[in-house]
Design a protein. Structure first.
Lengths: 234, 212, 212, 234
């Protein structure tokens, strides 16, 4: 069972179909599967439902799939940084479902963990609660949210091995581990494929059981808000 | 003279206590970090998956894998830990964060909060705001007392879609500080320098008790 | 001649495929690890929080922090990862484990399984068995065909409290192999050496089709 | 806010009361808070409800609290290794609630994460499902289980720092992270308290936010089933 593929294009072979649901890891442009997104665009796949916290920027990340109109629907918590997104949404070409960020994260985690529904107080009394089951626990009201699974999850990790074990780096972890667990097929792109046994077994963030295919990618890692402070003169 | 952004941030920083875990929103709340008392130990959480957020990096420290929830580059501290978004919001939803300081468009006298959407305008999304106000033990809003057009933002009822119902515990504006009791009931507890109760009343729609 | 424990384990090992993630129960299922084909790559999960379970340790390798779900000391492999019980059962409940091989007290012709309690006797608990049979893609039971007193264990209906309803896909006993279709319907598909269909019938209560 | 205490006795001061609910980490005798269990016994606290996957053995782990009859009720998945347990249970002195192991782990995780209820297919059609809400998702039946929280959680970690950040070692992790998150007060005992900054921030299993007090313990780490193989002669 060989999990390592040569490149993003070959890793996507046989697992892509029109109308499919794709989870894409990352927060903003941090920890996104750049290579797999670009390769997904190149497959020409259409009518995607994409579950991702954000929608990239116009010319990077999921923005690439928006420009080519390959996305039919987004499930996200925040989509502010993308003019093409705004245009398609306002013109009705693109469907959009907003989830509170924590609810979205938990829905992915639940989907991967075989939990079809859970209760949360996030969103009670807001638009988000409309049409959802309400239930009281200890006198407080909660709403039910459902687990999410995807036909394909694409995630970005720092290092991985031939068994698909992954580790993430700093805040580039974000949605990647839950999405890895919730894909019927999960493909990971990593900065480095390391020899088996070189990852510390106590510190593997995503065990290989969740990863069916893995590639080494090339990562631009674009920064959205470069904020710095100045060194005081000595 | 009403408070400026830094005065408001300075006042908000007084809500922190030793040992607190705190989430700061975007805008004025971010400034609050600059005014935390040196004598207390406070840990900042960033909901994209980090406890122990440090200051902005020097130019040569910038790391694209290290950003806050506002997508700004930041730094880590010796106490820092990283975790997934699910674990991060587990902390938030589970009531482990002591204090959330965030901005608002409207706050109602019963503690309702609106800060995520204006119908008819492009909606960017709620991000983590609904989770934060629902889960964090204490929610402090920092905002200008009125909109740019001078309309009151402290209202009987919010006109905009809510972020959370009855979730705000305190509001700090450029005119003063309001406390909102559990279950509703707003009380003016502090005035900015040279601001009178009448000044506040004239730009507030919400009913409030005066306890300055 | 009916199969012995090792024969049964050897037969169960044939249910493994290249790339499988497998959970082995206590008793005969543990022996299955000894018969995994060298040509296939199989990863063993231990539900107390480990993927990639290795063999028992040499005396000088024993580590009290490294045990399997049967509380036996074990070893790790180069592929090993450790995780919490919640993450472990997330894998199990979420359908990520391909195969679970476990023992049983009774199996019904509709796939019902009983292997955790005998009313009136001290009940030790179900441990992870209910989670495994509910969550794992394919459940194979390995057990003696009859109880020590000779009573059939393959029944029309289980008499003991269930571990799971309609969860068993295959039963391997000392007399042969049975497949249970989704939704029920048991079929004898293999016989142990020198065992006849009549031998099986005489010690089985469950109805089964013969397809040897 | 000083989290480091001198010993288990002082760490328990002010947080123990009769009738309280205590979560105790560990699987079998692996990764159990040995020192805190013994110190809890010494407080003389009574009528405890203890949530723990197992119940120790007669003279070690939670067995110590059973011998002194300080436990009123156990919530566990497996309790086979303890004669005194059996005696008290059969005589009706001890209440016992069995949870499937994965359900128990998830209930603790849910409690810590503010999720009061979730659905699982574990236990559907069994005694465990009796009296619980049933619900269909995509044509399959699930039961609702509730989140668990504790007045006090006691956990065992490998290393910890003054902020309460913890790392666990190998399979001694088990229930400890979720229980740490689900305690109103959580006390951790560790083998080593390390200087702040020496734990890798990417690999902290339990962030300090979940840990109010921490002590260095002395650990016997008893082994229940010492299984070994023999080296073949060279």
């Amino acid at each position: 069972m060989k999990k390592i593929f040569n490149d993003a294009k070959s890793a996507l072979e046989g697992v892509v179909f029109d109308g499919m649901t794709v989870m894409s890891g990352g927060f903003g442009l941090c920890g996104i599967p750049e290579n797999l997104i670009a390769a997904l665009r190149d497959t020409g796949v259409k009518d995607l439902t994409v579950i991702s916290n954000n929608a990239g920027v116009d010319d990077f990340g999921l923005g690439l799939l928006l420009q080519t109109r390959q996305i039919k629907k987004m499930i996200s918590s925040y989509v502010g940084e993308n003019k093409e997104f705004e245009r398609q949404y306002l013109s009705g070409e693109l469907e959009l479902e907003f989830n509170p960020q924590g609810t979205l994260a938990e829905r992915c985690r639940a989907g991967g963990a075989g939990i079809p529904g859970f209760f949360t107080k996030t969103g009670v009394g807001t638009l988000i609660a409309e049409g959802k089951e309400h239930k009281e626990f200890d006198g407080e009201t909660y709403i039910m949210e459902t687990g999410l699974v995807a036909d394909l999850s694409i995630v970005k990790a720092w290092k991985g091995d031939e068994q698909g074990n992954l580790i993430f780096r700093k805040t580039a972890r974000n949605f990647n581990p839950m999405m890895a667990s919730a894909g019927k097929v999960t493909i990971a792109e990593v900065e480095e494929i390391v020899p088996l046994g070189s990852l510390d077994p106590d510190n593997i963030h995503t065990p290989g059981i969740f990863v069916q295919r893995i590639i080494k990618g090339e990562h631009e890692k674009r920064i959205e808000q470069r904020t710095v402070r100045e060194r005081e003169n000595a | 003279m009403a408070w400026d952004r830094n005065d408001m941030a300075r006042r908000a920083a007084k809500e922190m206590e030793d040992g607190f875990y705190v989430n700061l929103g975007i805008g004025i709340p971010t400034l609050v970090a600059n005014y935390i008392d040196d004598d207390i130990d406070v840990t900042l959480q960033s909901e994209n998956g980090m406890l122990g957020m440090g200051p902005f990096p020097f130019e040569d420290e910038v790391d694209p894998d290290l950003i806050n929830a506002g997508k700004q580059t930041i730094t880590e501290l010796r106490r820092t830990s990283y975790f997934s978004s699910a674990d991060s919001f587990g902390m938030i939803r589970g009531g482990h964060i002591d204090l959330s300081i965030l901005g608002a468009m409207e706050v109602a006298e019963n503690g309702d909060l609106a800060n995520w959407m204006i119908p008819g305008k492009m909606v960017k999304g709620m991000g983590g705001a609904m989770d934060l106000v629902a889960g964090v033990k204490r929610v402090v809003v920092v905002m200008d007392h009125t909109s740019k057009s001078g309309a009151p933002k402290l209202l009987h009822e919010c006109s905009l879609p809510l972020t959370g119902k009855g979730v705000v515990d305190m509001v700090i504006t450029n005119l003063g500080v309001f406390e909102i009791a559990e279950g509703g009931g707003m009380k003016l507890t502090e005035l900015a320098d040279d601001v009178s109760v009448d000044d506040v009343k004239s730009s507030t729609e919400a009913n409030f008790e005066v306890a300055v």
